[in-house]
Design a protein. Structure first.
Length: 185
């Protein structure tokens, strides 16, 4: 019989520490002549074609109104080199400061949206609001990725994964099981 680790009760309000699904991203937005950046640890792929991403942006967050008003944003993928900026960006409001200037990040123009790209990030995904049906009730935005830029190296960047309470994990080694997949996409 297998030897399993002992399990103990755990607060249900804290399960997110184990289930945050993807890498931390920096969401840049622009509205009313101002731009902003927010850190986000919770997002999910909803569809491949069109490419849809769902995420929660709390209404108390400065970016919520900017993105709601403009209907667009850029989801930028930082690597471990930006961990300090990611943590600091997530702990200050863009209503009070210019986060690009404060954290030494470079704005670049996007191809299809008004929100700026973050040059230092490994990848930039330009998004437009696709469905706003759940924003008022759940702060849940559904975006369509309308343009994407990804760095050519490294092939598998070290990304940050937030576990809560100021703690990040770093993406680990890559394991390929392509030979086991019969369906090619």
């Amino acid at each position: 019989m297998a030897d399993f680790a002992k399990k103990v009760p755990y607060p249900v309000g804290q399960v997110r520490h184990y289930l945050e699904p993807g890498p931390v991203v920096l969401v840049s937005s622009q509205a009313h002549g101002r731009s902003n950046i927010m850190s986000m640890g919770w997002h999910t792929i909803l569809a491949f074609s069109p490419s849809l991403i769902g995420c929660v942006i709390a209404s108390a967050n400065h970016s919520h109104r900017m993105i709601r008003d403009s209907g667009e944003c850029v989801i930028n993928l930082p690597t471990t080199e930006l961990v300090d900026q990611v943590a600091k960006i997530g702990n200050v409001s863009g209503a009070d400061i210019d986060k690009f200037a404060a954290f030494g990040l470079t704005r670049l123009p996007a191809n299809k949206v008004q929100a700026p790209l973050i040059a230092e990030c490994y990848a930039n995904f330009e998004c437009r609001l696709y469905d706003d049906a759940m924003i008022d009730k759940y702060d849940y935005f559904i975006f369509e990725v309308v343009d994407a830029q990804v760095a050519t190296r490294p092939a598998h960047p070290e990304t940050l994964h937030y576990t809560g309470d100021g703690v990040f994990m770093v993406s680990g080694k890559t394991i390929s099981r392509r030979a086991l997949f019969t369906k090619v996409s």
